[in-house]
Design a binder for this molecule. Structure first.
Ligand SMILES: [Zn+2]
Length: 177
């Protein structure tokens, strides 16, 4: 437990929350700044900062609770869909540095907007280069064995706003040192 961490305090009961589900390792409670009625946060009770820090033996407990809560939102609240969001790092919108999963019930005509499709334009060779790097690193992370030819870092992805049709697209350039 981290002394200043809000979610650790919620997990221990030091800070009250509207608890939905509480078990040995994971818990679910209502987000106090909900996107929709029934917006639930799911956390491991132990403090881990990001998903990458979460130990493997916690994976199934966390995902199982996500499924249960999503099901409850549909059946008890009449949600017509459910978004599952998990933000890592401040830049990605992670406000509390304790792993958590947003489970957001969706209703027709609600105000939720999630926009992540087709925001950048990549060339075929960029897709290929990215695929190569990710395959290599994913294999390493999955097996724990370092892949010999370590992929190079992407130094920067300069923003080059460009108007194409009516839609602004960012063209990301991969700079390989
Ligand atoms: Zn914590």
């Amino acid at each position: 437990m981290t002394k200043q961490c809000l979610f650790c305090k919620i997990a221990s009961g030091e800070v009250p929350s509207k608890v939905i589900y509480d078990s040995k390792d994971v818990m679910a409670f209502l987000d106090i700044r909900p996107a929709n009625p029934g917006h639930v946060l799911i956390i491991p009770k132990e403090h881990f900062e990001t998903l990458a820090d979460l130990p493997e033996n916690m994976n199934s407990a966390l995902l199982q609770l996500v499924k249960i809560i999503a099901g409850a939102q549909v059946e008890a609240l009449g949600a017509q869909g459910v978004n599952v969001l998990q933000n890592n790092g401040e830049l990605a919108g992670q406000v509390i540095p304790h792993v958590h999963v947003h489970v957001i019930p969706r209703f027709k005509g609600d105000k939720v907007t999630i926009n992540y499709s087709g925001l950048v334009e990549l060339k075929d060779e960029q897709f290929d280069e990215i695929q190569k790097r990710l395959i290599s690193k994913a294999k390493e992370l999955a097996t724990g064995e370092e892949v010999k030819e370590a992929p190079k870092q992407i130094k920067e992805a300069p923003k080059e706003p460009e108007v194409k049709g009516k839609k602004k697209l960012l063209r990301i350039k991969l700079r390989i040192p």
